[in-house]
Design a protein around this ligand. Sequence first.
Ligand code: FAD
Length: 353
Amino acid sequence: MTQRTGVVVIGGGQAGLAAGYHLRRLGLDHVILDAAAAPGGAWQHTWESLRLFSPAQYSSLPGRLMPVQEGQVYPDAAHVVNYLAHYEKRYELPVQRGVWVSAVHRDGTFLRVETENGEWRARTVVSATGTWTRPFLPAVPGRRQFTGRQLHTVQYKSPTDFAGQRVIVVGGGNSGAQIAADLAHAGIHLTWVTQRPPRFLADEIDGRALFDVATARRRALAEGRADSGGVASLGDIVAVPPVRAARDAGLLRARPMFARLTEGGVEWADGTGAAADAVIWCTGFRPALAPFAGLRLRGARGRIATVGTRAVGEPRLHLLGYGDWTGPASATLIGVGRPARDAARAIAEQLRP
Ligand code: FAD
């Protein structure tokens, strides 16, 4: 069965909902197709101790402040899932769940969106599929030889799964630091490995300040002033309370990356070795853009070139979330609102008869 609509939004996480909010405000006919069975996007799959790096009110989508979580300055992931579930109900966003979009094709003046439950013909498509379903693992010598457990950030839940084990955490970003701190606090035998020495942001810098820096950078670039380098120039790791506590207790000392994995552990650059039962790869994500393979838009690092949110090679396609290349801070809760609004406005122009 083929259905028609003005806009198909693919993905019902925070980016898809922010798009729905603005499309609805502009009165544009749309549907949000989400593969997941339940609301909350990636937040429903993160590890148990994860805390946001911003207070609740700085983690809000357009239109509705995130309520404060009782007893917590930095809310946990379950709080975000609740917030997103209420958000889509409150704004009566047309989310269809359990719908996996397999492909998008050009079809005359339409884009044809194929799913396991039938297809849609849409005048425009917003891709808000996130990155969580595309964990990235680097090519490291010996990875197949290692007989212990290897998992990515997306599979990590809690230190109780590693009781009595020697664990190596790879990665100097927020996920690596938070998971390393989680294991260290639980007394797990931890080796934290990073490609370059970890760069902790100053303790007073959290998501609020990061958002301000991203906003200042956007303004500077828009006004033709010099690029300040944005958030990346400040550091990589937000010192959320558990990370700060582990760092201050001397539990977060990173070693440089190992040379290779061996059958029973790792070999360091100097030829010495260390035994390990598990390696947790906190090595990032790539954008989940498989449905667009047939449009032949992919460029470097698996991205699609954009101007604002619009795909350069297919003006009927907009991308939201993912990273700064689709708008400053657009892969954060507070940051996705502006690019979502801009995308909806651009779409309104496109759909104007
Ligand atoms: P997602 O939340 O991943 O949602 C995408 C949705 O699309 C999913 O429901 C998925 O099932 C669906 N989907 C994917 N492919 C398809 C398909 N082909 N067909 C149909 N549906 C599909 N941000 C903050 O603001 N504050 C923080 O403190 C913070 N901490 C973070 C900590 C970690 C460890 C990580 C990884 C990220 C953090 N972020 C934080 C960043 C950001 O908020 C998240 O990455 C966010 O989940 C991105 O939202 P999204 O809507 O783009 O993608």
